[in-house]
Design a protein around this ligand. Structure first.
Ligand code: ZN
Length: 209
C-alpha cells in the first residue's frame, strides 16, 4: 500500500518542478555527524571547496553545513551551495565513477559536467503548503549533460534512449554508480519529469530508478 503510494507520488514528481518523493518518506533523518569530519572527508575525496556560512531562508529553506565546490577534478557548471554530506559522495562520483564509465564505454574522458543546479528554495511541485524539496536544503543536485575531452556532448535528454548503445551504457553506468553513493537517484526511467536529468539527493530513504 505504502509502496504503491510512493510510486504514485514518484509518477507525479518532478525536479524541474520539484519531485514529490520526499512526501512519501517516513524514516527519520539520521543525526548528522560532526561537520569537521565531513569537511575532512571532502578534502580526502580530492575536492577543493569553500565552506559557506549557514543560512536560513523563509519559509524554512536553508543552506546549512554547505560548501561551494571549487574543484572536483573537472568543471561542474551551475552548482550553488551543496550540503557537505552530499558534496562528499558527489566529488567521489565525479572523480572516479564518471571517468571510469567514460573509459569503459567511450574510451574517453569527461572534461565537463553540466548541472541544473543544487540549492533552490521551493516546495514540492512548487505548490504552496507542500513539503520542501531536498533542493530547498541544498541536499540535492541535478545533472543534465557530460562533455567529453573530444568536445562531444552527451545529454540525458537526447542520449538516455539514443541510438548509440555505448552512450546508453555510459549513462546507465553513471546512474547505477550513483545509486551506490546517494540515498535517492531519479532518472528518465522513473518518470517523464526526469527525462532530461539525473536527480541525486541525500535525504532520508533509499530510491534508485
Ligand atoms: Zn532534483
Amino acid at each position: 500500500m505504502r509502496f504503491r503510494g510512493i510510486l504514485l507520488l514518484l509518477a507525479l514528481g518532478s525536479c524541474a518542478g520539484p519531485s514529490q518523493h520526499e512526501q512519501a518518506r517516513r524514516k527519520p533523518i539520521p543525526a548528522e555527524p560532526d561537520i569537521r569530519i565531513c569537511l575532512a572527508d571532502l578534502g580526502r575525496a580530492g575536492a577543493r571547496f569553500e565552506r559557506l556560512p549557514d543560512r536560513e531562508f523563509s519559509p524554512g529553506c536553508s543552506a546549512t553545513r554547505s560548501v561551494k565546490l571549487l574543484d572536483v577534478g573537472i568543471p561542474v557548471t551551475n552548482l550553488g551551495a551543496v550540503k557537505c554530506g552530499l558534496a562528499v559522495p558527489f566529488a567521489m562520483w565525479v572523480r572516479t565513477a564518471v571517468q571510469d564509465a567514460a573509459h569503459t564505454w567511450l574510451d574517453s574522458q569527461v572534461a565537463k559536467i553540466e548541472s541544473f543546479g543544487s540549492y533552490a528554495c521551493r516546495p514540492v511541485n512548487n505548490v504552496q503548503g507542500n513539503m520542501l524539496s531536498e533542493h530547498a536544503r541544498a541536499n540535492a543536485v541535478d545533472i543534465g549533460a557530460f562533455v567529453l575531452a573530444s568536445g562531444r556532448r552527451i545529454s540525458v535528454k537526447d542520449d538516455w534512449n539514443g541510438a548509440d548503445p555505448n552512450v546508453r551504457n555510459f549513462l546507465r553506468a553513471l546512474h547505477q554508480s550513483a545509486c551506490r553513493r546517494f540515498s535517492v537517484v531519479i532518472g528518465p526511467d522513473a518518470n517523464a519529469f526526469h527525462r532530461d536529468h539525473l536527480h541525486f539527493d541525500m535525504g532520508a530513504g533509499r530510491y534508485c530508478r
